[in-house]
Design a protein around this ligand. Sequence first.
Ligand SMILES: [Zn+2]
Length: 220
Amino acid sequence: MDEMSYSEIILRLKESFPNGTVKFRSDNNKAYIPNQIYTDRLEAATQGKWNKSIKDIEINLEHLYVKVIVTVTIGDHSRDGYGLAYIDSDSKGRPKISNTLDQAAASAFVDALDTWQMGWRDLAPHNKMDWGGNPGIRHLLDSDPSIEGQNQVRLANPNHKVERKCIMAGCHKTLSADEWDLLKQVPNLNRNKMVYCFEHLPDHYKRKIPEQYLKAFLRE
Ligand SMILES: [Zn+2]
């Protein structure tokens, strides 16, 4: 696969999906595109010349999460994505590890494809508060893929330009980029509504942050 066909494939990957492709999660109503749809697009765009491999799996029985890193390869180009899922118990109290692994691997796969901006055109209208309304990505949403050219720059975290203020009365401190990123690691917290600086993040949320993220945050 030469560079020319690679960039054509990427343009095809970034194209909009048909209406109705975007679904909403039952727990938090978050917009998503099912990973089968991504797989189908990858197959079609690359004519089957892509590969997926598991780079790393971490099963943490103390904190009950599974983390998976997946590598997706198209031609000479590879991208990693990570996925995290929390381990539930079955009716006998045993941890349901294999389900959780599948879930984490699926979200790692989508995370890797996200680096090629797959699905962004479709998801942006549902994430206006977060990144979809940011002027920094207008070029992607307005552009016609057929005339888009070779400009495959991955956007540096678009969230960082948006001001987030702690909702705690009497605080209203603007969150640092790291505080904002940390909120993403709190399971089932809608960080668009529940904006807390680290100091005011309630303890029951802090306890749910996987140790590695909390440690990394505290080191900074
Ligand atoms: Zn605060």
